[in-house]
Design a protein around this ligand. Structure first.
Ligand SMILES: Cc1cc2nc3c(=O)[nH]c(=O)nc-3n(C[C@H](O)[C@H](O)[C@H](O)COP(=O)(O)O)c2cc1C
Length: 242
């Protein structure tokens, strides 16, 4: 799937994005009522700052409830972060048609209810319909399914969706970048989603090998080559000792 950005966007990301020059990257963000309202908040803040993206938001009723219970925020706070916000009942919205071209959709977090409805093609609201459209058009559908533990039915549903082409991306944090805050943990999942959507973001933290990780811990962000070689030497020495 080709990704295109608005003219001029290339300049913001450097010459490596030459192939991406073109239209804005239209991304649908669905928010359902699973636990983890902080995920769409962090994701939308990140996408809003990114001049390459145009964000279309759909929020379920249960999502509004969990958002308030978990963060004290209201639906309007999330909507303010999106370029467009579509009512769940608006089944005539552009997102309900395959002719409205998007780069893909992420549901963050994705409840078992919404996941199961997508799997069965029960397009009873705009979020589920939009996901169905993304699947049928062979676009990217990323589901941040959140529940624990999973029973066999949940696992089978996820398998079916993966077979249909969806990407099952539960919000399971990585610890290799040494998270210090809840936001760090959340961002470790959000950044993988940005990568999956093809969103260019220079702030995405990447694993650069154990030496880099240890350097961040010992020297902060101001790494120097001499510090790096010093660390490598010490690591080699440590390994020799072991
Ligand atoms: C505080 C809270 C936390 C919840 N956490 C989850 C969860 O992690 N996963 C899940 O599938 N449902 C969870 N639910 C239940 C869903 O909100 C419920 O199944 C709802 O019908 C989902 O609707 P939706 O898919 O239309 O958003 C939670 C509900 C509440 C109130």
């Amino acid at each position: 799937m080709g990704i295109r950005f608005a003219p001029g966007v290339k300049a913001l990301f450097g010459s490596s994005c030459e192939a991406y020059e073109g239209d804005l990257l239209k991304i649908i963000v669905g928010v359902s009522g699973a636990s983890g309202a902080i995920y769409p908040l962090r994701l939308l803040e990140r996408l809003r700052r990114n001049p390459a993206t145009e964000v279309h938001l759909i929020l379920s009723r249960a999502a509004e409830k969990t958002l308030f219970l978990e963060t004290g925020r209201k639906a309007a706070d999330l909507k303010a972060l999106a370029h467009y916000s579509w009512p769940l009942e608006d089944i005539a919205a552009p997102l309900a048609s395959g002719s409205f071209q998007t780069a893909g959709m992420v549901i963050a977090p994705c409840s078992i209810h919404t996941m199961s409805a997508i799997c069965c093609g029960i397009s009873s609201n705009l979020m589920i319909r939009a996901a169905d459209v993304v699947l049928k058009e062979r676009r990217r559908l990323i589901l941040m399914v959140r529940e624990t533990p999973f029973h066999l039915g949940h696992l089978r549903t996820m398998t079916s969706l993966a077979e249909m082409g969806a990407i099952i991306a539960p919000p399971i944090p990585g610890f290799y970048n040494r998270p210090a805050t809840i936001e760090d943990l959340v961002d470790s999942s959000i950044e993988r989603v940005l990568d999956l959507l093809g969103v260019p973001d220079a702030a995405i933290r990447r694993w650069n090998g154990p030496a880099e990780k240890a350097l961040r811990g010992r020297f902060g962000e101001n790494r120097t080559d001499s510090a790096k070689s010093d660390l490598n030497m010490n690591e080699d020495e440590r390994m020799d000792e072991e």
